[in-house]
Write a protein of this length. Structure first.
Length: 248
């Protein structure tokens, strides 16, 4: 028993140290494509830290609605292929962080004449109300045909696909929620299940009295409520930033 007690914190410390080292390495380069040398390093960053090499044969591409598609993060060659398919615009759900994935995407979209837009959300924590509203508004304003993507095309792309399918295209929510499924490499039993939990929260609220998903997001949804209830549902500690019940 004593041995197990000692091992666990040691493992946690090692895991934390490795994550910190990886984070420092990831942030140490990959923010410049203006010279051949910097471009080569950023291309390495894109493939090594962002796992772009995996997304060559595997695209996670699927149709959401007429003229709307979802995928994982496309590289320049795939963006060119999307252009040939008739895609006019790209919605990035990861955000503009200035690192290699964004730099190569922005450059390729500019060269191809694709309209690149951003609505940042998250895979392992709930987006804020403002971020969710921005996502819905952006989805509604996107020129079609368009493709939406996150990194793996599983969690953030799944939630955005559900919102487009239900809120904008009018598909039944149960049907729209098929976009959050293991066939896209989405597993609700993990931390990424927070995106399912947001929809579960809405369905529980709508069972009390009728309200549309969009109206609920615009008027009642909060990231704080989602984070706290998700943590409790999983038997996990409430995130530190939400432990003060009086915090807005």
């Amino acid at each position: 028993m004593a041995r197990d007690t000692v091992k666990e914190p040691l493992g946690e410390r090692l895991h934390g140290a490795l994550k910190s080292a990886e984070k420092r390495a990831r942030r140490s380069f990959g923010r410049d494509i203006s010279t051949p040398a910097a471009r080569a390093l950023s291309w390495l960053h894109f493939h090594l830290f962002d796992h772009a090499w995996l997304r060559g044969p595997w695209t996670n591409f699927d149709k959401v609605a007429e003229g709307v598609y979802r995928s994982n993060h496309p590289g320049p060659r795939r963006l060119a292929r999307y252009k040939r398919m008739g895609i006019r615009a790209v919605l990035n759900l990861r955000g503009d962080d200035g690192y290699a994935p964004w730099l190569f995407e922005e450059e390729a979209c500019r060269a191809l004449g694709l309209d690149l837009r951003v609505a940042k959300i998250y895979a392992r924590k709930p987006a804020t109300q403002a971020e969710m509203i921005r996502l819905i508004d952006t989805l509604r304003e996107m020129p079609r045909p368009f493709v939406l993507h996150c990194k793996s095309g599983a969690d953030r792309a799944g939630l955005a696909a559900v919102l487009y399918a239900h809120v904008i295209d009018g598909q039944p929510l149960a049907e729209a929620r098929r976009h959050l499924h293991w066939r896209y490499i989405h597993f609700r039993g993990t931390a990424t299940g927070v995106v399912d939990h947001i929809l579960d929260m809405y369905e529980a609220r709508a069972a009390e009295s009728p309200i549309s998903l969009e109206d609920w997001i615009r008027t009642e949804y909060t990231a704080r409520d989602a984070a706290i209830s998700f943590a409790r549902a999983r038997g996990k500690p409430v995130p530190a930033k939400y432990r003060d019940a009086t915090r807005p």
